[in-house]
Design a protein around this ligand. Structure first.
Ligand code: NAD
Length: 443
């Protein structure tokens, strides 16, 4: 098939590469000229494991190309996938302006029988809205399909090539058949393709993300309670997760979720609930707990140093800046919250992350210092915060950490270390949902 993908971000570029990998001819379009220039040179503008190899192979073999000209690029496409951003508006609702603009541009350039597939995460009713827009422009044969994307950054290629399920929202059996054929190579292990109506497909994406975010907030709320009552969330988590009805996934206590999806999608669903006369109280609670969890982490730092005012002039080392491991994405990363709080308290900060340094530098410029490698961030720091669960932070050289820090103190927002081991090693060690390990019991 001839496919056009509008938007070459985390979703668009991965989607385009995976369709090209299965033999389709794919043109990827972006309004960002610099991004397209880089892509044409084989330089992938963001970090996603395995992506450079698959993109460059498909470019070399002539199945994948890039353009900034939507009109021209979509003219031969049988399907145009819209993969542009849908960020939060001030009231929490999804900003659809990029989606609608992309649909208008497709309408101008595409031939009459093309299909627009919405891969961006969009509120219920958006496919109908796009359809109305097309009809108002006299485009009576362009069809619109909801085709929400469920990939996760960090494992995006695997998620795309071997998805748990494909969701397609259309009431047209001919179009459903085209999508079954397109996705057939990805579901050969028997994974389902669900053909739903537009609105159910759109809702399925938001409901899935809200449910996953709810599990994280749930375990985080229990972790806060564990700290108060002397229980250990690490033990509680496995005891509840072993229940087949519950399962282990998305039950890791942390400093809170971030990223470009969970916070904005829960906000958008909450906003949709309110617009439809529902109060969405469970959705609001997911977000409230997430904020509380970040503040709870800060409280431990303030308390350890005997108050926020005592942080003035001290130095904090931070390991991990991306919102989770295996991505450079820092959108709504809890690490940014911690940096802002520590800067606000007058601390000096040195940071290290294997892939997100450039993105953080673009925001904080010279307000923080950027270490070339993980241990360089520690030199002379009063303590270390571990904020992202990158594998390389799991088994560090604790003796070296101890030597480099002014005082052996670690605030672990991801529960990477064992409190007993930290005690033996002689650290003050604060984690999530577990009693702190304190060298001086009066601290
Ligand atoms: P992104 O910000 O990484 O990429 C969006 C791209 O679209 C940008 O490069 C931007 O320049 C481009 N763009 C904007 N308007 C355009 C236009 N009119 N024509 C061409 N290009 C245009 O976004 P993303 O993370 O890939 O997310 C895209 C959508 O997919 C969002 O709705 C998001 O919620 C959803 N989604 C994201 C993920 C994820 O993990 N990132 C997973 C599933 C779904």
């Amino acid at each position: 098939m001839n496919i056009a993908v509008i938007g070459t971000g985390y979703v668009g570029l991965v989607t385009g590469a995976c369709f090209a990998e299965t033999g389709n001819k794919v043109i990827c379009i972006d309004v960002d000229e610099e991004k397209v220039d880089r892509l044409r040179k084989g330089d992938i503008p963001f970090y996603e494991p395995g992506l450079p190899e698959i993109v460059n192979r498909n470019v070399t073999e002539g199945r994948m190309s890039f353009s900034t000209n939507t009109g021209e690029a979509v003219s031969k496409a049988q399907i145009c996938f819209i993969c542009v951003g849908t960020p939060s508006e001030n009231d929490g609702s999804a900003d659809l302006s990029y989606v609608l603009k992309a649909a208008e541009e497709i309408a101008k350039g595409a031939h009459e029988a093309t299909i627009i597939a919405l891969k961006s995460t969009v509120p219920v009713g958006t496919a109908d809205q796009v359809l109305e827009l097309l009809r108002s422009k006299g485009k009576n044969n362009i069809a619109v399909v909801s085709n929400p994307e469920f990939l996760r950054e960090g494992t995006a290629l695997q998620d795309c090539l071997q998805p748990d399920r494909i969701v397609v929202g259309t009431d047209d059996e001919t179009i459903a058949e085209i999508f079954r054929e397109l996705y057939h190579p990805f579901v050969r292990t028997g994974k389902p393709i669900f053909i739903l109506d537009h609105r159910s497909a759109e809702m399925a994406k938001y409901a899935a993300n809200a449910l996953l975010a709810m599990r994280i907030s749930f375990v985080n709320e229990i972790s806060m309670l564990c700290e108060k009552v002397g229980a250990d969330i690490a033990k509680v988590r496995v005891a509840i997760g072993a229940d087949q009805r519950i399962g282990m996934q998305y039950l890791f206590p942390s400093i809170g979720f971030g990223g470009s999806c969970f916070p904005k999608d829960v906000r958008a669903l909450e906003s949709l609930a309110r617009k439809n006369g529902e109060n969405g109280s469970l959705l609001s609670a997911i977000l409230e707990v997430n904020e509380a969890q970040k503040k709870n982490f800060m409280r431990k730092i303030f308390h350890h140093f005997k108050g926020k005012s005592e942080l003035q002039g001290k130095r904090m080392a931070i390991w991990g800046l991306s919102f989770k491991a295996k991505t450079d994405d820092i959108r709504e990363s809890p690490a940014l919250f911690v940096i802002d709080e520590l800067l606000g308290a007058g601390m000096n900060i040195s940071v290290y992350d294997p892939s997100a340094m450039q993105n953080v530098e673009a925001i904080y410029k010279n307000r923080v210092s950027y270490a070339k490698f993980s241990y360089a961030a520690l030199d002379g720091a009063d303590a270390l915060c571990v904020l992202t669960e990158w594998n390389q932070f799991r088994h560090p050289d604790f003796l070296q950490i101890k030597e480099l820090l002014q005082t052996p103190t670690i605030f672990d927002g991801r529960n990477l270390y064992d409190p007993e081991a930290m005690k033996k090693l002689g650290f003050n060690y604060y984690s999530v949902g577990r009693s702190p390990v304190l060298l001086n019991k009066n601290t």
